[in-house]
Design a protein around this ligand. Structure first.
Ligand SMILES: Nc1ncnc2c1ncn2[C@@H]1O[C@H](COP(=O)(O)OP(=O)(O)O)[C@@H](O)[C@H]1O
Ligand SMILES: N[C@@H](CCOP(=O)(O)O)C(=O)O
Length: 332
């Protein structure tokens, strides 16, 4: 599995650490709660031992996040300290994120992985990446986003309620992602509430076959198969009424140059997989934005890269400010 940690390396306890964690797109169409891909959009987190807990949120994306001890990052960090028997009751927490909240780009997974990874680094990496994955999935309830944010690349993952299992795939070199992010928010909880509790055998077979084909197509670089392999009958048809413009986009995006198209995670963002050498890139972007607009939705288009690395750790940061790290170059 891809990791930024050398397994043979011995780590000591730290007083402070910074991490950068990629966003993720989950499902990729048919792989509901199992497929995820890390994207080149990041959140940054600093944890420092302190006398008194303080939480500083920087930038425009973290509006509304609590700044007391009910904060997710604080609580998740404490769960790492409890598990490892390390006592760090008070923390200075600083956060900045480029990942928009509740849009289907895995902001919650990125925050969880950031908190787990940074807290674990303070303990001297007493927990393995696999243990962090189990803990993150127990919080998030599905392993797709957290697996991608932790390890990077494309992940296939399962969750049995206690253990997450995850295998990575290197994204094909030609693959780029175009995300169209609507201005409105849609919480994952709300977009899960509309899903049926049962499916027909025919729809189950439809999804298993597409999801399997997609994994094989991505592993072998068969980009010609992606359009068919990204079809889904498990969640997108039920979520479409929540996202104006989604139905025509799913139907016609390939005609405008998408290799394949899906709802990103639980939405409302749509994600097109694109061959970076395509001459239709601008045409596709225009089509997606105009279709949303014609359904009354303002949206932002971003071209993103699949990233092969997951969490990035920054140690010995005493001589640089937090925002210096944020503004520094992120290794893709
Ligand atoms: N940096 C963060 N710190 C604390 N909570 C966060 C952070 N980022 C996201 N969250 C929580 O996750 C929620 C969004 O999760 P979710 O509805 O699953 O959407 P998505 O993960 O697709 O952005 C936010 O409303 C917030 O409660
Ligand atoms: N498999 C989950 C993925 C949710 O992703 P998010 O980025 O919207 O949190 C689902 O489809 O519900």
């Amino acid at each position: 599995m891809m990791s930024n940690l050398g397994s043979e390396k011995v780590y000591s306890r730290r007083k402070s650490v910074r991490v950068a964690v990629p966003a993720s797109t989950a499902n990729l169409g048919p792989g509901f709660d199992t497929l995820g891909m890390a994207l080149s959009l990041y959140s940054w987190l600093e944890l420092k031992e302190a006398e008194k807990t303080s939480i500083t949120l920087l930038g425009d994306q973290l509006y509304g996040i609590p700044t007391d001890k009910t904060n997710l990052i604080y609580k998740v960090a404490q769960s790492v300290f409890e598990k490892t028997g390390v006592s760090i009751p008070e923390l200075e927490i600083t956060m900045y994120s480029d990942i928009p909240l509740t849009r289907g780009l895995g902001s919650s997974a990125s925050a969880l992985i950031g908190a787990l990874a940074a807290a674990n680094a303070l303990t001297g990496h007493l927990l393995s990446d696999e243990e962090l994955l189990h803990m993150a999935t127990a919080f998030e309830k599905h392993p797709d986003n957290v697996g991608a944010s932790l390890y990077g690349g494309i992940v296939t993952a399962t969750w049995d309620g206690e253990q997450a299992r995850c295998i990575g795939i290197q994204p094909p070199e030609a693959l780029q992602a175009l995300v169209v992010i609507p201005e409105f928010q849609l919480s994952t909880a709300k977009a899960r509430d509309v899903l049926p509790s049962q499916l027909s055998m025919a729809d189950a077979v439809y999804n298993i076959s597409r999801s399997s084909l997609l994994v094989a197509a991505l592993s072998s670089g068969r980009l010609d198969m992606i359009k068919e392999a990204m079809q889904d009958r498990l969640h997108q048809p039920y979520r479409a009424p929540l996202i104006p413009g989604m139905e025509p986009i799913l139907e016609y995006a390939a005609e405008y140059g998408a290799l394949g198209i899906a709802l990103s995670g639980a939405g409302p963002t749509m994600i097109a997989l694109v061959d970076r050498h395509s001459v239709q890139k601008q045409q596709l972007e225009d089509y997606l934005l105009q279709t949303m607009q014609s359904h009354g939705i303002e949206a932002q288009a971003l071209w993103l890269e699949p990233v092969t690395g997951g969490v990035i750790y920054y140690y010995d940061t005493e001589s640089s400010s937090f925002m210096d790290t944020v503004k520094g170059e992120v290794r893709l």
